[in-house]
Design a protein around this ligand. Structure first.
Ligand code: NAD
Length: 457
């Protein structure tokens, strides 16, 4: 059906389908979610092959960081959506007696979901899952950079779902620009702050609400009160998984000068232990040549203390550590998004945090410290999307925590019940009894009425 239609026509079909009320039916939502899960299950092997072709991502990492998220989210919404969708009764204030008040979770309607390339399955499909659970239709635009995963998702969805409900657009900037001219009821975008601004401007044209899941430079602090072994192990894992191409990866490390040498020694021995060599099945490629060249330019050979091995043909960059880095260095001018770890040192945590406060608000922050005052200091002074104390990345795996950025790193959040709410409008309704009718609010106003009003309000 969709092949001979343009995007405007597909959206028109989605509008008609939404207005038919079918997506609001809870059984319909659950059935579609289960169907999607089964399709992913039946095609798991194809999905692994596609992503391996795109940037050599292993089955282990693809399952752990992408496919398992899809299964977990579907199971979660199938289990909870009846309760999430139920109108919530809230207290009714005195001036509205006799009455009752409820919040209805109203589906927003026709959603546009634009995904990033670095975790293509997770970042494209988990918002779709939340949108289906909340009773919406979706037009889906995966990133075109991992070409094979984009095609795999398009095939999976376009061949198995009706375009009036779900439709995957294959394409790049040109196609996205065209779709962004259309009037959606919600746009959910994952990507860079630069493109986030383009999406936000396009959405403003129709006053379409947006969720922007963006990026930034996420710091990791290691204080004198840290367990250095734990810090080294968890930073290496969080930095080099997906070859550093993770929005919430620790971008750079600020380590206390007294423990810097010891930390670097542990860090390097941890990297060696994980064996991220060129042919390692568990180590990803850089996504494309443009990003490879961008990253290569960030490796200042004079500051290189470990790694720095590169192969343009295989788009391999080994885990690379730069020391004595300053804010003037190339590597500190933008989000790295690759396997390069700059080390900066500090001697006063408070002053260092205050310095960072003036930068763009990061998507994540990590603190390795067992000192509660230091923990409190970071949490009180630095605004960031989300993060961990004594770990990296793992906050993303707890669905009881909202996931999203703040300021330049994003607007809004999702995951768990927050995802459901993101794709719903909280419709507030007061249901008033027709029997009790105090004269108070009606003219003519008298001094007596005003006295009572002042007491009441
Ligand atoms: P990107 O902004 O280049 O692309 C994201 C999407 O926007 C793609 O689907 C792409 O086709 C589309 N796009 C690109 N240029 C466009 C244009 N001019 N007009 C309209 N659409 C356009 O981002 P990316 O390279 O895919 O991902 C990297 C960035 O995304 C990093 O900044 C990273 O931190 C961020 N990110 C954030 C999250 C998060 O959850 N907050 C997750 C992953 C990545």
């Amino acid at each position: 059906m969709a092949k001979d239609m343009n995007y405007a026509e597909i959206l028109q079909k989605q509008k008609i389908f939404f207005n038919s009320q079918k997506t609001k039916d809870l059984t319909f939502r659950k059935t579609q979610l289960k169907k999607l899960k089964q399709l992913v299950k039946n095609n798991e092997k194809l999905l692994y092959e596609a992503i391996y072709k795109d940037f050599k991502k292993s089955e282990f990492e693809t399952f752990g960081t992408e496919i398992s998220f899809i299964y977990k989210d579907i199971d979660f919404y199938v289990k909870n959506l009846t309760s999430f969708a139920k109108p919530k009764k809230v207290t009714t204030n005195i001036v509205n007696q006799l009455g009752s008040s409820k919040i209805y979770q109203d589906p927003l309607g026709n959603c546009l979901i634009i995904g990033a390339w670095n975790y293509p399955y997770q970042l494209t499909l988990t918002p779709v899952i939340a949108a289906i659970a909340a009773g919406n239709t979706c037009m889906i635009k995966p990133s075109e950079l991992p070409e094979n995963t984009m095609r795999a998702m398009a095939k999976l969805i376009n061949e198995n779902f009706d375009a009036e409900f779900l439709y995957v657009v294959e394409g790049g900037i040109e196609e996205t620009t065209e779709i962004l001219r259309l009037r959606f009821d919600k746009i959910f975008f994952t990507g860079s702050p630069k493109v986030g601004k383009i999406v936000y401007k396009a959405a403003a044209e129709h006053l379409t609400p947006v969720t922007l899941e963006l990026g930034g430079k996420s710091p990791a602090f290691i204080t004198e009160n840290a367990d250095i072994d734990v810090a080294a192990r968890r930073i290496v894992w969080g930095k080099f998984i997906n070859a550093g191409q993770t929005c919430i990866a620790p971008d750079y490390v600020y380590v206390h000068e007294k423990i810097k040498d010891k930390f670097i020694q542990k860090l390097i021995s941890e990297i060696k232990k994980r064996n991220y060599h060129e042919n390692a099945e568990h180590y990803c490629q850089i996504i494309n040549e443009r990003n490879f060249d961008r990253l290569e330019r960030m490796i200042d050979r004079e500051k290189l203390i470990f790694g720095g091995e590169i192969n343009k043909e295989t788009r391999y960059i080994s885990p690379t550590v730069l020391d004595n880095v300053t804010w003037e260095d190339a590597v500190m001018q933008e989000e790295i998004f690759g396997p390069i770890l700059p080390i900066l040192s500090y001697n006063n945590l408070y002053e260092t945090i205050l310095k960072i406060v003036n930068n763009e608000k990061p998507l994540s922050a990590y603190l390795f410290s067992n000192d509660s005052d230091e923990q409190k200091m970071l949490l009180e002074h630095l605004s960031f999307g989300g993060g961990c104390i004594n770990d990296t990345l793992m906050h993303i795996s707890n669905d009881n925590l909202p996931f999203g950025g703040v300021g330049n790193s994003g607007i809004g959040h999702y995951h768990g019940k927050y995802g459901f709410e993101t794709f719903s409008h909280q419709k507030a309704v007061l249901d008033k009894s027709i029997y009790l009718e105090p004269e108070l609010k009606y003219p003519p106003y008298t001094d007596g009425k005003l006295k009572i009003l002042k007491k009441l309000l």
